[in-house]
Design a protein around this ligand. Structure first.
Ligand SMILES: [Zn+2]
Length: 247
């Protein structure tokens, strides 16, 4: 099996995991940059992630346009992926989703969404909030062109996650496993923080040193990282698609 076949399978797994873990529903998407051609990325056609198979994956360029003749409908918000890949050469995978528990933090400015639990550390110490209205006024809130997407990518900067006011979030990772894991734990971290706020008192965020210590211990194909990917894939019913890279 070719490396590209494995990437297609991994992208199917990522779609199913994000659906099963309720990061995405009918909407939301995940993409991976082609390792052999950094100017192209792979993403499903316009379809709910839980229904995605390898046949649904299309290849787009950094303008968000299909590189082959494509008659099927594409995601309206595919430009989010194109602009982040364009702005961040080290980013290999992107998720955009509307996970409900992240939404309050894009709306209320009283509490920042930052890591408060160990598994939330991978979202990074800064989570900027992008408001489409700042530069584009009254829109339908969707990112439907490159100009809007580049503005979002600019707000994301060198961070891992940006919240999108009244809409959702965009996450960028160095690998597909990393961005999926980040996207699964982002809403959990948000839930823990929301509940802590209900208890009252001062919120104790993870310190910069703690976040750095967690990141230093991260390796995309370590046993610990693989354990979660394998677990989530089986839970999502696609354990048969798993291909572990050579250690
Ligand atoms: Zn969206």
């Amino acid at each position: 099996m070719s490396n590209l076949d494995n990437i297609f399978r991994d992208l199917v797994i990522a779609n199913r995991i994000l659906a099963k873990e309720e990061v995405v529903d009918a909407y939301g998407h995940v993409s991976i940059r082609r390792p052999d051609n950094p100017n192209h990325f792979l993403i499903a056609r316009s379809l709910a992630p839980d229904l995605v198979t390898a046949d649904d994956i299309v290849e787009l360029d950094l303008d968000g346009q299909p590189v082959r003749n494509e008659k099927r409908t594409l995601y309206l918000e595919r430009f989010i992926h194109a602009a982040i890949f364009e702005a961040r050469p080290e980013v290999m995978a992107v998720v955009h989703a509307h996970a409900e528990d992240t939404l309050p933090f894009g709306i209320a400015d009283a509490t920042r969404l930052q890591p408060v639990i160990h598994s939330g550390s991978f979202i990074g110490s800064e989570v900027p909030v992008w408001d489409i209205a700042d530069n584009f006024g009254d829109t339908n809130l969707l990112v439907t062109n490159l100009e809007q997407a580049r503005d979002l990518a600019k707000c994301l900067g060198g961070n891992n996650v940006a919240l999108m006011r009244g809409h959702g979030f965009a996450a960028a990772g160095r690998s597909l496993i990393e961005v999926v894991r980040m996207s699964v734990y982002l809403p959990r971290n948000a839930r823990a923080l929301l509940r802590a706020k209900q208890l009252g008192g001062r919120i104790k965020y993870l310190s910069r040193g703690e976040i750095d210590a967690r990141n230093r211990g991260y390796s995309p194909y370590s046993t610990e990282t693989w354990r979660a990917w394998e677990y989530w894939a089986n839970k999502a019913g696609v354990g048969d698609l798993l291909t572990r890279p050579e250690a």
